[in-house]
Design a protein around this ligand. Sequence first.
Ligand SMILES: NC(=O)c1ccc[n+]([C@@H]2O[C@H](COP(=O)([O-])OP(=O)(O)OC[C@H]3O[C@@H](n4cnc5c(N)ncnc54)[C@H](O)[C@@H]3O)[C@@H](O)[C@H]2O)c1
Length: 263
Amino acid sequence: MDLKKPNYVQARDLIKGKSVLVTAAAGAGIGFAAATRAAEEGARAIVISDIHEKRLATAVEKLRDDSGLAAVFGKVCNVAVEDDVRALVDYAEERLSGVDILINNAGLGTSKRLIEMEDEEWYRVIDVTLNGTMRMTRCMMKIMKARGQGGVIVNNASVLGWRAQQEQAHYAAAKAGVMALTRCAALEATEFNVRINAVAPSIVLHPMLRKSASQALLEELEAKEAYGRAAEAWEVANVMLFLASDYSSYMTGEIISVSSQRA
Ligand SMILES: NC(=O)c1ccc[n+]([C@@H]2O[C@H](COP(=O)([O-])OP(=O)(O)OC[C@H]3O[C@@H](n4cnc5c(N)ncnc54)[C@H](O)[C@@H]3O)[C@@H](O)[C@H]2O)c1
């Protein structure tokens, strides 16, 4: 494997026959990559969700076409809205005849120095990133408990949950919260055979991020990586799929860093 130019991995039926729900999966990043890898790894049916209706419809078509899996469905959901979350989980339960794997990918970031931050921006980032993950996790846990067949939840945190970066106090606080939520919820969920873990990626560059962040900052972040490059979205998705699969049966409440950073 060339670490600078990694080969796309071969599927191994890691989650053969399982059903999967992924939030925020209509973008160009980790969410869609996770749904794609899930299809390649043998998922029997997938619901992808996103706040963006038009992009979601396109993503459903693309995932069906690329993977050859017919059982791909889409449902709009803003994870910051409790009614949306309930409607999404109900829809996925019905469409998939039970959700085996939930991938909580939704998260929102902006860049702002703390002394310039208005409450509104702080709350918006926390509400989507931390509260959204909590809402999805809480709703899914209740349903998995009632169904009595176990399940797996994989959350998307960030290395910023551990590390400092200027202009990221709100996002880093939210991701540290996602890590704590993962650990605590996992303890409660073992009682009904549900495992909950998280990935903490460093940087994945994709067209949408390139458009919204400064080029200088992205180059600085890439330079911090020992590989001198950002991760491909599918490299993070692979770790999510490992956590979603029975290969990680002795792991719950864990956070895996997906990073080549030196510090
Ligand atoms: N890209 C990175 O470098 C990086 C690094 C560490 C962690 N992460 C985390 O990975 C996750 C995915 O980020 P990504 O950059 O790979 O992009 P992505 O393509 O996986 O996700 C972006 C999608 O999220 C959707 N979205 C935004 N707000 C939403 C909401 N309120 N409800 C539902 N969907 C919503 C957008 O419409 C978009 O389609 C996020 O949680 C992010 O914080 C990303």
